[in-house]
Every structure is written in C-alpha cells, then in structure tokens.
Design a protein around this ligand. Sequence first.
Ligand SMILES: Nc1ncnc2c1ncn2[C@@H]1O[C@H](COP(=O)(O)OP(=O)(O)O)[C@@H](O)[C@H]1O
Length: 183
Amino acid sequence: MSASTSRQAPVIIITGTPGTGKTTHAQLLVQESPIPLQHINVGEWVKEKGLYEEYDEEWQSYTVDEDKLVDELEPLASAGGIILDWHTSEVFPERWADLVVVLRCDHTRLWDRLEKRNYPLKKIQENNEAEIMEVVLDEARSSYPPEIVVELRSENTEDLEANVARIVQWIEAWRKNQEPSEQ
Ligand SMILES: Nc1ncnc2c1ncn2[C@@H]1O[C@H](COP(=O)(O)OP(=O)(O)O)[C@@H](O)[C@H]1O
C-alpha cells in the first residue's frame, strides 16, 4: 500500500528532531539523486504559504493547519519526486510515503547544534528530551509500515555522506522495481 505504482519518482520523507540534519541531508540528496527531486522544507512552506493557525510566541513556532498543509501537498505527493523535510511525519498519509528516513543524533551534540541556532533554552530542552525519548522515531514507526522506515545516525559528515549514498541506492532500486509496471 505504501508505494504508488503510478508515480514516476518516489516520495521520501526525511524526519527527525530539529537539528538532526534533515535539511542538510535533503540538500545533498537533491544534488546526488539520479532522478530530479524537489526538496520541500515543510516548516518553511507553512510560513510562506500561511498554512498555520497562529504563531506561538512562547515556543516561537507556528501552529500548523494540517488539513490545509495536506491539501497543498497532495498534488505534489501524487506526482512524486519530492523530499518532505519535517520534524514530524504522522500528518503525511501513509499512501504518500515510499521511504521514511528518521535521523538520529547524540543528544549532547544536538544541544550544541540548537544552541548555535539561538533557540530559546526551553525549546532546546524540549527537543533534547524528545531525541532521548525517541519521540520522532516512535511516531514514524506507528504511522508507516516497518519496511519503509529507516533509522540513520547523523553525527558527522561521514554519516551524512554514507546516508545519502544509501538513499541514492534505494532510489535506484525503487526505479528498477517500477520498470515492469511502466511497460
Ligand atoms: N551529519 C552531520 N554532520 C555534520 N553536521 C551536521 C550533520 N547533520 C546536521 N549537521 C549540522 O547541524 C545543524 C542543523 O542541521 P539541519 O540540517 O539544519 O537540521 P534539521 O533540518 O534537522 O533541523 C547544521 O549546522 C548542520 O550543518
């Protein structure tokens, strides 16, 4: 049920606690992918397209209008060839997803990355705790079939390069699998 046979290119969800490296991975993947992929930084999309209900000053984040977001993304997901980069995944319907990558990072390293981003202390603490408690991983595992959910470490550049190479291999295999149904 996960992969749509009519799609010419897959939908890849890259999720993980803020700071684990989703955007960094997505950007490199766009460069390395054997087929064109559009990187959608969902948080940025929400802001640009006004797909939110309100801005929460205390948490310095937007309360997303999930129905609007799904409606906006539906045509792109149906066509395929996108990377959805967001810290939560359950809002994306299972039928969209061909691969769900969950990035993980040591929590002390994550703390440093979020501090550099000038996040308020409360937000750093919350994200740090979420990473320790595997909140994003649990969410992905409870939203998608186990065979399409992959947990990858994102501690350093070696990890980044190895992860992207692995996703590229997965794309090649996905393409091969699609061939018989396209003829
Ligand atoms: N695997 C990695 N190796 C080295 N630095 C990384 C890695 N992943 C992320 N970073 C760094 O951590 C910071 C946050 O990365 P980013 O991709 O913006 O995370 P996210 O999109 O998950 O919030 C950036 O400064 C990025 O360069």
